[in-house]
Structures are given as C-alpha cells and as structure tokens.
Design a binder for this molecule. Structure first.
Ligand code: HEM
Length: 567
C-alpha cells in the first residue's frame, strides 16, 4: 500500500512538473527561441519580461504620454496632423531607437514590426500559404469571424476566396448601385427631416449615421429580399463584437476561451442565435430565382458546388456573412466620415469635387458605369484613406520557416505592417506628407509616392481587400450627396439674432431682431450671384474654385461662412 502511495505521488510530481515545463515552454522558451533566431540576424527590440513580454512597457509609454498635454504643434495641425505617435507612441519610440524593422512581444506572442518598404512589398506579395493570418487572432476572434475568408489560411482560405471574389467583380457590383443609392437617399432624407423638424438647423451626428448607412448597404447586399430580418442578424453581430472585445487577454492560453465565464456564456449564446437566423434566411433565399438571389445563397451554392458538404457549406456561409459585415461597414463609414471632414476643412476641394459630380451626372441618378469617371472625387477619397486608413495594421504569421528579402523568419513569428506610419513617411511621400493634397494621386496610386506599394488602405497582393471595389463605389455615392448641396443644402437657413443695436452694411438692425438668410431659395439660386443660369447644373462654374465662380465671395453657404461656419 505504501509503495502504491509513493508511486502515485511520484506520478503526480512527474505529471505536474511536465505540465509546468510545458507551460514554461509555451510562455517563455518558445518565444525566446524565435527571438534568438531574429537576434542572430541583427534584429533588435525592447527586452521582454516573463509572461507579459513588452505589454507593460507599452502601457507605461502610453500613460506617460497621456499625462502630458498635447503640443500646440499637434493641435495646430488638425485635421491632418500625424496622429500615429499619439495612438501608438511605443511603436514610434521603438522605431526611432531600433530602426524600421524590430521585434517586440505581446505576452507570449512574438512580433516583428515592419516599415522597411522593400520588406513590406515582399510580405504583401508573398504567394505561398506558408504566410497567413496570425493564428492567435484566429483563435481569439473565432466566435466573431469563425473560419471565414478574413482569418482562414491555406486551402480553406483559397476555397472561400475563389467562391466569394467573383461576387465582388464589377459586373456583379453594377446591380448593387441601386441598393447603395437607396440607402444613401434614406440617410439624406433623415437629415432633411431633422433640419425641417428643428426649424431650419439641427446638430447631426454624421459619423453614427454613416455607420448605419454602410451597415444598411451591406445588409441589403447580403439579404436584399429579407432585409428586415437581415438587420436583426447584424444587430446581433454588433452585440457579439462588443462581448468579444471584453475578452481581450494578454497571455494566449486556449483554455481561457473554454471557461464558462459570464462573457464566454454570452458569446456562445449570441453565436448560436446568429447562426440560426442566418441559416433560416439563406434557406428562404435559395428558393428564389437566380435573378433575385441575394449574395449569401449564391455563396452557399458556390460552396456546395465545390463539394464541401452540407455542414461545411453552412458553416462557410455563416462565417462569411459575419466576415463581410465586419470587414465592410465600419471601414467604409470611417473613410466616409473623414472624407466629409476633410472636404469641409478644404472648401476648394469640396467645390472641385462637386463640380465634377455635376458635370458627369447632370442631376441624374448615378450609375456604375459613370462612377469611375469621378477622377477628382477618387483622388480626394484616396488622400483621405492615406491620412486616415481605417485598418491600422496589415498582419501576417509565418506558418512555416520562410525567407523574406534577406531575413529568415522562423515559424510562429507575427509580422505587423503599420499602415498609419507607412502612409506618413516623409522619405516616401515628401515633406508635405501631413498635408491634405489629393493632387498627389493625379496620376493614380503609382504616381503618388516614391514607393507606391507602401500605400496600403486595402492591403496588397493575394490577401488584399475583397470588397475594395464595393467600398469605393459606396464611398463615391456617399460623397455625391455633397453634389446636391448647392441646390438643396441640408441647412435651408442661416439664423442670427442682434443682441445689441448694430449696423450691417447700410441698415441699422435694432437689438432683438432675428435675421434669416434663406440659403436654398435665395443665395444658392440667386441670378445676381450665380448668373442667369443659376437654376441649372453647370459644373464649369466651379472650374477655378468657389471664389472665381461667384460675383460675391461668400455666396456658397452650404457650410455657412465666417466665425460661426461649420468646422
Ligand atoms: C474603405 C473600406 C475598406 C477598407 C479600407 C478595407 C481594408 C481592408 C484591408 C486592409 C484588408 C486586409 C488586407 C491584408 O491583410 O492584406 C481587407 C480585407 C478584406 N476585406 Fe476590406 N476594406 C474595406 C471595405 C470592405 C468591404 C465593403 C468588404 C465587403 C463587402 C470588405 C471585405 C474584405 C474581405 C472579405 C477581406 C479579406 C480578404 C482575404 O483575406 O482574402 N472590405 N480589407
């Protein structure tokens, strides 16, 4: 009996120590071996701590920065100043110290930060499946993205990309213009109603509306015919997104995701509900004729034709529905919001973009064929995405040992390309890198900077954004709303009250009198201001900017003018 006990004790000790060795190996030895291989090639980086890597240092650098007041220089540069050193101060500091390519660790995940343009190009254009999306992110975001096209690797990814990509070819997208216009018009109408209801002026949270607009457009593309049920799916996906963001963890141990914590239980419940709803709608959608089919049933049929089997095909549709929604709504709304902001801050570009829209569409509803003619608007959007790319990083993991340029990357290293930094490197873009200059794109992306592969709002190469054309169409259509502003500005009146007796021009205005300037009826269509053809769409009036086309310099009141103008 005693002998048995001692054997049991020994066995327990052996099991426990091998478990501890295993955990120690995962948490420290494995990343340390990767670091050693990188160090031997001359790659440097901040020294990591056990368990947390460089996370505490990142937090400290950030909190030190937050404790300081923003410099006047940064404030003065708004809205185009470089924000990257404020949001990711650790990356900027380390880049100054260790050069354009350095290593750092987040918990037990070993990373390589890359801003060397040649290496960036190699990474993006690398075709082998040995380079894929980071595995730890796949695990962390599994309930949200499953094994859909955004996170999948290897054969599974290739299958999905092959089926989904054709749905975003230009001939398929043509049919979506109508859907997008419908969503955009609904948004503008809601603004007009609000302005009217609130007596001629209203505060509008444009960013929130644009998120709803882009979500609306994606919902309709996926679930055209069962749109209202589709909206429910996307509401649940938003809840799931929020729940997952609460499970952010530093140390990557798979077991944490299986513990029945409150958040994990909520995530599991939402996952099930979403799956049930999507499959119900896809089943209904499949019964429709080919012409009326929505995106998801088409994807499902593609998956079945690839002989993936019913269960895998269902999984494929559910995951990719979530993927398309997540990839496509906040990215588009972020670019749309920044573009509107920049157009408001740079009225000369606003006028040029508007003139172009009017000259091409003559007040007619937009169609897909004419959208590509909007050269100025395209330049403006491209410059907005350079200054404010919605995706801050392109991420990859070496799934096998591989060589990129002169660097040997051991299996397990994660590569991070910071687009926000690459888009602001003076050595690539010139000394005016922080200025809003859409004209840098006058000869396309290839003529825009010394190393065009460093312009990565949509990524580049085999994993580049599938929805790029869809997004550009959506963005151009959103911006076209601007075009209607001269004849139909969202604010019909500019209102002021005289708080004292004052003199304006030759008129004495007594205290208490309210002044109403009717933008719509008078100024934007006034023949004395715009000429006898005031009521017509005439783009050429903006050919040399706003001031040139007006007979009085402040006739374009879309955003107001002077000290109380829209900022
Ligand atoms: C302005 C809007 C958008 C931006 C800036 C954007 C940006 C990106 C970026 C940076 C990537 C990763 C590229 C890489 O890792 O190399 C990506 C991937 C992807 N995007 Fe977009 N995206 C936008 C809109 C959309 C829309 C509207 C959709 C769908 C309707 C979409 C679907 C996808 C998909 C499916 C992928 C994964 C592709 C793959 O891994 O094979 N995106 N996007």
């Amino acid at each position: 009996m005693e002998e048995m006990m001692s054997i049991l004790i020994w066995l327990t000790v052996i099991c426990l120590s091998s478990f501890c060795i295993h955990v120690y190996n995962i948490l420290w030895m494995r990343p340390e071996r990767l670091r050693e291989k990188l160090r031997r090639q001359g790659i440097k980086g901040p020294p990591p701590s056990f368990l947390t890597g460089n996370v505490w240092e990142m937090k400290k650098i950030k909190s030190d920065l937050m404790a300081m007041k923003p410099s006047n220089e940064a404030v003065a540069g708004f809205p185009t100043a470089n924000y990257s050193p404020f949001i990711f101060p650790y990356f900027e500091q380390w880049r100054q110290k260790y050069g354009p390519t350095y290593m750092y660790a987040t918990g037990n995940v070993q990373n390589l930060y890359v801003t060397d343009p040649d290496l960036v190009k190699e990474i993006c254009l690398f075709k082998s499946w040995d380079l894929g999306k980071p595995q730890y992110l796949i695990a962390q975001l599994k309930p949200l993205l499953g094994l859909g096209v955004i996170r999948a690797n290897g054969q599974i990814w290739a299958h999905q990309r092959k089926i989904i990509a054709p749905q975003f070819f230009i001939d398929k997208l043509k049919g979506m213009v109508e859907i997008m216009v419908e969503s955009a018009l609904r948004m503008v109408k809601s603004w007009e109603d609000k302005v009217e209801k609130e007596g001629g002026k209203a505060d509008i949270r444009v960013d929130e509306d644009l998120i709803n607009f882009s979500a609306d457009a994606i919902s309709k593309a996926c679930f055209k015919s069962t749109y209202s049920e589709g909206t429910n799916v996307f509401e649940l996906i938003r809840l799931l997104e929020r729940a997952i963001s609460r499970t952010n963890i530093i140390i990557q141990l798979p077991i944490i995701r299986y513990l029945p914590t409150k958040t994990n239980r909520e995530v599991w419940r939402l996952e099930k509900e979403i799956e049930k709803l999507i499959l119900k709608q896809v089943a209904g959608g499949r019964e429709r004729s080919d012409d009326e089919k929505d995106l998801l049933p088409i994807i499902l049929e593609g998956a079945l034709a690839e002989q993936l089997g019913e269960e895998t095909a269902n999984r494929f549709v559910v995951d990719n529905c979530k993927n398309i929604y997540i990839a496509g709504h906040e990215t588009v709304s972020s670019v749309a919001t920044w573009t509107l902001m920049l157009l408001a801050a740079f009225p000369e570009w606003q006028a040029r973009a508007r003139a172009e829209v009017i000259s091409i569409f003559h007040g007619q509803p937009p169609d897909a064929d004419s959208l590509h003619k909007l050269k100025t608007l395209t330049m403006v959007i491209q410059e907005a995405m350079r200054l404010y790319p919605p995706t801050s990083f392109i991420a990859r993991e070496a799934l096998e040992d591989l060589k990129l340029g002169d660097i040997y990357i051991p299996k397990g290293v994660n590569l991070w390309i910071p687009t926000t930094t690459l888009h602001r490197l003076p050595e690539l873009w010139g000394e005016d890198v922080d200025e809003f200059k859409p004209e840098r794109f006058a000869h396309g992306i290839y003529g825009s900077c010394k190393f065009p592969q460093a312009y990565l709002p949509f990524g580049n190469g085999p994993r580049s954004c599938l929805g790029q054309k869809f997004a550009m169409m959506e963005l151009k259509l959103t911006m076209m709303i601007q075009e209607t502003m001269r004849l139909y500005p969202p604010t019909p009146f500019i209102a002021r009250e005289a708080f004292e007796d004052i003199k304006i021009g030759v008129i004495c205005i007594p205290k208490g009198v309210n002044l109403w300037i009717p933008i719509t009826t008078l100024l934007h269509q006034l023949p004395e201001v715009w000429g006898e053809d005031a009521g017509e769409f005439k783009p050429e009036r903006f050919a040399h900017g706003i001031l040139w086309c007006l007979q009085v310099s402040t006739g374009l009141y879309t955003f107001g003018t002077g000290p109380r103008s829209c900022f």
